[in-house]
Design a protein around this ligand. Structure first.
Ligand code: ADP
Length: 496
């Protein structure tokens, strides 16, 4: 009997592979970094060969470290950095140029034009997205224009895909040209309501349907791994974008369940059930996943400066050597003494959406020291996340009962306790913090029949610690008032 599940977690700076037991226990993981390319200011690219080679070697290494016989791997799931855009030749597999990474701003003007032409509402209604260069649609258009490939694309000679499509085409037998609904919904070409590529949007950007992948469920048989990779054809039975996989790995399976990932930025997703909720508060509407043809939707919001605020303390202010030191510093004092840091270094996102706000450190007195600033930085991560949660609750008309957390900075127990205090709901940290890989593995297990129901996958999730709110309501309100006052001071600063 096969008993293991493998996840390929293709990220922005590294490719990772993780081997789990069917009860969600992590057996081994291997991470392989690859170079980033910045050909011009604001441009970011990946060499497609690096992505493929690093992912294949991470898988081989993780399997070898685990000591598991590939014959005992029941299924493989793929999860990936979203929006990054590849275009390749359908016959040879050779890519047209490098992949354009989600962070790349080269199509900003194209998006400005769409907005000036009054297309924002249509894009929002159909895709759930706020038009931005971040999403794949304009990146694909750029590749077609720059390399003069419109005719070739129309003749079916080219394949477009995000990382998941690219990996499936190159790593699976029979080269399936597919993507799943969670990745498709980040292209700005996919209609959330019809669950298909949208002809109006394709026309708007001049993209021929012939180059687009088939949109499949997030869980279910996609194909067999090329036996040349592990010496055996293993079923590949799941695809999901990283944040969606993490929502699944956190067992946020019911409407109202919510998770926050504390990485460089923070990503909060809430399961909104079988209906898309169109946000009134500047959040994105997205897929949670699609299983058995049935879509589950989510609301998504992000904090630009999450763990990056801690990196700023370390690299620019140089008041810490390691991120983990902030916890000792923060707990060495009873409070920030009224100091607030609004890390609006690149503006503020949801729910404020003010690109003119700038970083603000306010409320200092003669006694303010590095511990206060470090604590204010951690609290700022929690305050920003609390604001996102309020926006989600307002859109859904209901506050969540608890918050599931993961990501590098969720290791900071002071931050997690403060998050519980300031949102007044319990914060729950799981045993396996690699929830993205775990989610892909669980989706794969479901797709391969290792689990017979959605609910059964939840046994792969196990609680480690629960942080219970301890702050009294008056203090909580006072702290939030101070934070929102500080946000007001940060707003609009950089406008001429
Ligand atoms: P990403 O996937 O975005 O690279 P990770 O999930 O690996 O991010 O988390 C790394 C981020 O978390 C960094 O920005 C780092 O500053 C922050 N971080 C890591 N450990 C801690 C900690 N103990 N306390 C606060 N922040 C931390």
């Amino acid at each position: 009997m096969s008993k293991y599940l493998a996840a390929l977690d293709q990220g922005t700076t590294s490719s990772r592979a993780v081997i789990f037991t069917e009860t969600g226990e992590l057996i081994s993981s291997f991470n392989k970094e690859f170079p980033q390319h910045y050909p011009k200011p604001g441009w970011v690219e990946h060499d497609p060969h690096d992505i493929l080679d690093s992912q294949i070697s991470a898988l081989r290494e993780a399997v070898s470290l685990s000591g598991v016989n590939p014959a005992d791997i029941a299924a493989i799931g793929i999860t990936n950095q979203r929006e990054t855009t590849f275009l390749w030749n359908r016959n040879t597999g050779e890519c047209v140029g490098n992949a354009i990474v989600w962070q790349c701003r080269r199509t900003s003007q194209m998006v400005d034009q769409l907005v000036a032409d009054g297309c924002s509402d249509m894009i929002r209604e159909k895709t759930g997205l706020v038009p931005d260069a971040y999403f794949s649609g304009t990146k694909l258009k750029w590749l077609l224009d720059y390399y003069n490939l419109q005719e070739k694309a129309e003749n079916g000679e080219l394949c477009f895909g995000t990382v998941d499509s690219f990996l499936c085409w190159h790593m699976l037998e029979g080269r399936p040209h597919v993507t799943d609904a969670t990745n498709a919904c980040r292209t700005m070409l996919f209609n959330l309501h019809t669950q298909d590529w949208d002809d109006d949007l394709l026309k708007l950007l001049g993209i021929p349907r012939t180059c687009l992948p088939k949109v499949v469920d997030s869980s279910g048989l996609i194909g067999m791994l090329d036996p040349a990779i592990l010496g055996r054809a293993i079923p590949v039975t799941a695809i999901a974008g990283d944040q969606h996989a993490s929502l699944f790995g956190q067992a946020c399976l019911k409407k109202g369940d919510i998770k926050n990932t504390y990485g460089t930025g923070c990503f909060m997703l809430m399961n909104t059930g079988d209906k898309p909720v169109m946000s009134q508060n500047g959040l994105l509407t997205t897929m949670a996943w699609r299983i058995g043809g049935k879509p589950t939707y989510a609301l998504e919001g992000s904090v630009f400066m999450g763990g990056a605020t801690i990196q700023w303390l370390r690299d620019e202010l140089k008041i810490i050597d390691h991120a983990a030191e902030t916890e000792t510093l923060a707990t060495s004092i009873p409070g920030t003494g009224g100091v607030y840091l609004v890390p609006a270094f690149t503006g503020l996102g949801a729910p404020w959406w003010d690109m003119y706000s700038r970083g603000t450190l306010i409320g200092m007195t003669r006694g303010t020291g590095r511990a206060h600033i470090a604590r204010a930085a951690l609290e700022a991560i929690a305050y920003q996340s609390a604001d996102l949660m309020d926006a989600m609750a307002a859109d859904c008309g209901k506050r969540p009962e608890m918050l599931q957390v993961d990501g590098g900075a969720s290791a900071n127990s002071f931050l997690m306790q403060f998050q519980a205090d300031i949102t007044a709901i319990p914060v729950v940290r799981p045993r396996v913090l690699e929830t993205t890989a775990l989610g892909a593995a669980l989706l794969a297990g479901l797709g391969a029949g290792v689990y017979t129901s959605l609910e059964e996958t939840a046994k792969g999730w196990q609680k480690d610690l629960e942080f219970t709110p301890r702050m009294d309501e008056a203090t909580r309100k006072m702290n939030l008032r101070g934070w929102h006052k500080a946000v007001e001071r940060a707003k609009d600063w950089a406008r001429d």
